[in-house]
Design a protein around this ligand. Structure first.
Ligand code: SF4
Length: 326
């Protein structure tokens, strides 16, 4: 492993000073970054430990529920406000990683984790995300875990998070700090599609840091469900996952929210399916139609064509659970 400097600033201003150069990387739980450094996939000059900052609170705010970037995944999944207001988020968190990892991983780190594409981690293989311009090992390789939506000729990797799928469905907002002050972006616009620059996972600029996320109040608590399909029941990334949330009133869907994991370079919102479900009855027929609508732009590669059947089946099943039909 390359030699690096480690610092632990005591203030946000000092962190922003320290990350102004591109060779610096923020570390919190380190559950992904340390692995990447050991394998030589990432080799920062300086690690900036932000664990001294007061970013580990969960509290109600005028915007809804505020969650600091340093809140641990395990703490968040058991928080009474989350269980009461946004059980979908708790379900997604508990579906991710293992208890040990959730005890170390933070909200900000979860958002910043990198793809688990095997070619990205193997430094003997070409990978445009790790080393731009070298090609994509997965494109003609073993691409069973890879994307069916939004990929590009440069990269077909998927984002690995479960938490982020729930936050995308819940319409969260990300608060980011930089030298010029704070900015707020919708969660669905935080992560990027690969396009011509798969080396960039998200829209966080050099010198910026995540302060936290806010989830607006909603009426989804009673009718939401996170369904993750994976190769084993624990400690495995999603083949396909679905966050489904319904605002049901008087036997009609007032609003639907759907997002998928394991299918794209970012949490994948199913806007067409959501629009279709609004104003409809929560029936199996409507859920199946919504699932088919969601698949319109899907495209498979050699080894992941099974996702074209698995994805709509998972959407329909998650909706049945959310709508009380399962
Ligand atoms: Fe690299 Fe993306 Fe191709 Fe995987 S899919 S090898 S991360 S460029």
């Amino acid at each position: 492993m390359k030699q690096f400097q480690y610092i632990r600033p005591a203030s946000q201003a000092a962190v922003l000073d320290a990350i102004a150069k591109s060779g610096s990387k923020i570390i919190a739980g380190g559950t992904n970054l340390v692995d990447l450094m050991k394998k030589g996939v990432m080799s920062p000059d300086k690690l900036v430990d932000i664990n001294s900052l007061p970013l580990n609170t969960i509290n109600t705010s005028p915007k809804g529920l505020h969650i600091g970037a340093l809140v641990l995944n395990s703490v968040l999944s058991e928080n009474s406000l989350v269980l009461d207001k946004h059980p979908l988020l708790s379900m997604a968190l508990k579906a991710g990683a293992s208890p040990q990892l959730r005890n170390m991983a933070t909200v900000g780190g979860n958002m910043m984790q990198r793809t688990r594409c095997a070619y990205f981690y193997d430094t003997t293989m070409p990978c445009n995300k790790r080393t731009p311009g070298t090609g994509c090992g997965a494109m003609g390789g073993y691409n069973r875990m890879h994307a069916i939506f939004g990929s590009s000729p440069q990269c077909i990797a998927v984002h690995p998070s479960d938490m982020c799928v729930a936050l995308a469905a819940l319409g969260a907002t990300v608060t980011i700090a930089g030298k010029k002050g704070e900015r707020h972006i919708p969660f669905t616009e935080f992560h990027r599609l690969p396009g011509e620059h798969p080396e960039m996972d998200n829209h966080l600029a050099t010198g910026e840091m995540i302060l936290g996320v806010d989830i607006p109040d909603n009426n989804f608590a009673k009718n939401s469900y996170y369904l993750k399909v994976r190769d084993r029941q624990s400690y495995a990334f999603a083949l396909v996952s679905v966050a489904a949330a319904l605002d049901l009133r008087g036997g009609v869907i007032k609003e639907a929210r759907l997002a998928m994991g394991g299918v794209a370079h970012k949490p994948w919102r199913l806007f067409d399916a959501e629009k279709f479900l609004a104003g409809k009855a929560p029936t199996e027929e409507n859920f199946n139609k919504a699932a088919q609508l969601a698949m319109q732009s899907a495209k498979a590669y050699e080894y992941n064509a099974f996702k074209l059947k698995l994805a709509p089946a998972t959407i329909a099943e998650a909706l049945k659970h959310a709508g009380g039909l399962a």
